[in-house]
Design a binder for this molecule. Structure first.
Ligand code: ATP
Length: 346
């Protein structure tokens, strides 16, 4: 069953159209990430679900009930703020208990639920500490427990890893996903970090200029981007201008394309570009730069396009390496993995 249905949600601040008829359906227990550049409307959409923003048009339903007109405290939706917003003068235990106290839940039940929540986030030993006596990652877990203890239908998280350093961020992403799976709660994350979106989500919604441009599983979006914007935003992509004639691209490699004749863009991921020394079938070019990333070496090759072609070659024995200045030929390794989009790269 679908837990959350967003239907035609639209919002304008003054002359600025911040959300333009956004539709989104989230299945029970699944994790969806809203991903997009700064200012594309991610937080506004999240805040509309929470009730902090009132849309100009559209409907939001949770478990079949239209919550569009309900105040935030009657929506059965948990919200984890970017900076956690813990009460500094309350201990961990009292921070987590706060929402239950406000709802006048009986004391014994509060004690039971708070203690369960503390176990869930593995912070029972820290129950009597104040927020300033906790690390950033621990504060974040308390903020999540505070939302979960109210047993909401939907959990909303606004850039929950922003305040953490890179190392902790990665481990918290995995920990949080495991926690969400254990509780089985429908969750929506906002992030502008594509790696984070891929790591956390069952589905990713790519937003641009107030619209949801594409929604799908992380790999669907990575393998089959519907626009140059999406291709470039998720992972790294070579966007090569081409022309379609009779269902194939023109140029050194004819790739099948179900598109009308005209300008098009060939999209190929760096790991799907092969380099061979000298000239051969493919795009001739010159290596201009290389980055040794560990598992792969990334080459930039000037093939005469406005931007260099990127090729990521694994460091296996037998894979040739190239120095800057080397003359090479770039070729798409697996034609089925290349995507052809209408129009020119933007
Ligand atoms: P970021 O990643 O930077 O947080 P975002 O995608 O979450 O960006 P929003 O916070 O939803 O973007 O903002 C979208 C646009 O709406 C921005 O241009 C922002 O300045 C504007 N905006 C947001 N809230 C308001 C408001 N209350 N009044 C006026 N403009 C607003």
């Amino acid at each position: 069953m679908n837990q959350l249905i967003i239907d035609g949600v639209t919002k304008q601040f003054g002359a600025l159209k911040v959300l333009q008829s956004c539709d989104l359906t989230v299945e029970r227990g699944s994790v969806v990430t809203l991903l997009g550049p700064s200012g594309c409307g991610k937080t506004t959409l999240l805040r509309s679900i929470a009730g902090f923003v009132t849309p100009d048009a559209g409907r939001i339903r949770v478990k079949g009930q239209d919550i569009s007109r309900l105040p935030p405290n009657r929506r059965d939706v948990g919200y984890v703020f970017q900076n956690y917003a813990l009460f500094p003068h309350l201990t961990c235990r009292d921070n987590i208990a706060y929402g239950l106290v406000v709802r006048r839940v009986p004391k014994a039940e509060i004690a039971r639920r708070v203690s369960q929540a503390l176990d869930l986030i593995a912070l029972a030993a820290f129950a009597d500490r104040y927020p300033k006596q906790l690390s950033g990652g621990q504060q974040q877990r308390v903020a999540i427990a505070r939302a979960l203890v109210l047993e909401p239908q939907v959990l909303l998280l606004d850039e929950p890893f922003n305040a953490l350093d890179a190392q902790l961020r990665l481990s918290m992403q995995v920990e949080l996903r495991k926690l969400i799976d254990r509780v089985g709660i429908t969750s929506i994350f906002v992030t502008h970090d594509q790696q984070e979106a891929m790591a956390l989500s069952d589905r990713v919604a790519i937003m641009r200029g107030g619209r949801i441009e594409q929604i799908g599983s992380p790999l669907e979006i990575y393998d089959r981007p519907r626009s140059c914007f999406v291709a470039d935003f998720i992972g790294r992509a070579n966007l090569m201008p081409t022309q379609v004639r009779a269902g194939r691209t023109e140029g050194p490699q004819a790739i099948a394309a179900a598109l009308p004749d005209g300008p098009a863009t060939l999209v190929a991921r760096p790991e799907n570009i092969d380099l061979t020394p000298g000239s051969g079938p493919g795009w001739p070019g010159k290596v201009t730069f290389l980055t040794a990333l560990g598992p792969v070496i990334e080459y930039e090759v000037d093939c005469g396009f406005s931007v260099p072609v990127r090729a990521a070659l694994p460091r296996h024995a037998g894979v040739e390496t190239f120095e800057p200045g080397a003359l090479v030929t770039a070729r798409i390794r697996d034609e089925a993995a290349a995507v052809v989009l209408p129009g020119e790269p933007n």
